[in-house]
Every structure is written in structure tokens, then in C-alpha cells.
Unconditional design. Structure first.
Length: 123
């Protein structure tokens, strides 16, 4: 599964309710699991960001849904980055351009049978 790194900064409301954060963390982890992911580590930090989480998820759509969920709580603002491990990095650096062109458009919702952004109905 792809790896995602999330940088989180408490909102003013989140900071005022800091003692509730352990419960909010449990809810967030349950949401990530419901989306098919797994939080592999969570760290409380000081400096520009208040928390850093590392997790794995099935795809970018699930990561984006999780970001939207986190934003809807009103307690944190997030920056999420997709990460690759050292093995993938070494493969990338050793790959030929034509090999990369083959995967430049990775499989995803747009390649699923029946999915077409043009056929989506606007509300």
C-alpha cells in the first residue's frame, strides 16, 4: 500500500480542547482503518507542526477522503504527502524513461471500468 505522511497543525479550537485530543486520535485512527488504511506511527512534535503521522492506505482517493474527514473536525489543519521507500527510490533512479512512461498514469479510478469524469453528473 502507498505510504502517506501527514503534518498536522492544531487550529485555535483544537488547541483549546487539547485534553480531548486522545479521543480525537482514536476516532481518526478508526476512520483511517474504515478507509482500508493503517496508521503506522503518530508523533507529537513541537515547532511548526503539532503532530506527524505516517500511515498506509489503499490509494490516493482514500487519503484524500481522510484529509477531508480531518478538516471536517475543525481541530486540525493538515498537509499530506505521498512517500516512497528507499527500494522504490532506487528503482526510480535506475529506470529508463520508457519504463517510467508506462506508469506515468498509474491505475486508479479513471481506469476503472465504467468511470468517466465526463459522465459524472453535476449537482
Amino acid at each position: 500500500m502507498p505510504t502517506y505522511i501527514m503534518l498536522m497543525k492544531l487550529t485555535d479550537g483544537g488547541a483549546l480542547a487539547i485534553k480531548e485530543s486522545p479521543g480525537r486520535i482514536d476516532v481518526a485512527q478508526a476512520k483511517w482503518r474504515a478507509l482500508g488504511g493503517k496508521m503506522t506511527s503518530l508523533h507529537r512534535t513541537f515547532g511548526e507542526y503539532d503532530f506527524v503521522a505516517v500511515g498506509e492506505g489503499p490509494n490516493d482517493w482514500c487519503a484524500m477522503a481522510f484529509d477531508a474527514f480531518m478538516a471536517s473536525t475543525g481541530s486540525v489543519r493538515t498537509i499530506t504527502m505521498k512517500a516512497i521507500d528507499e527500494t522504490e527510490w532506487k528503482w526510480l533512479l535506475g529506470s529508463k524513461d520508457e519504463d517510467l512512461a508506462e506508469i506515468a498514469s498509474p491505475p486508479g479510478p479513471t481506469r476503472r471500468k465504467g468511470f468517466s469524469p465526463a459522465r459524472r453528473k453535476s449537482s
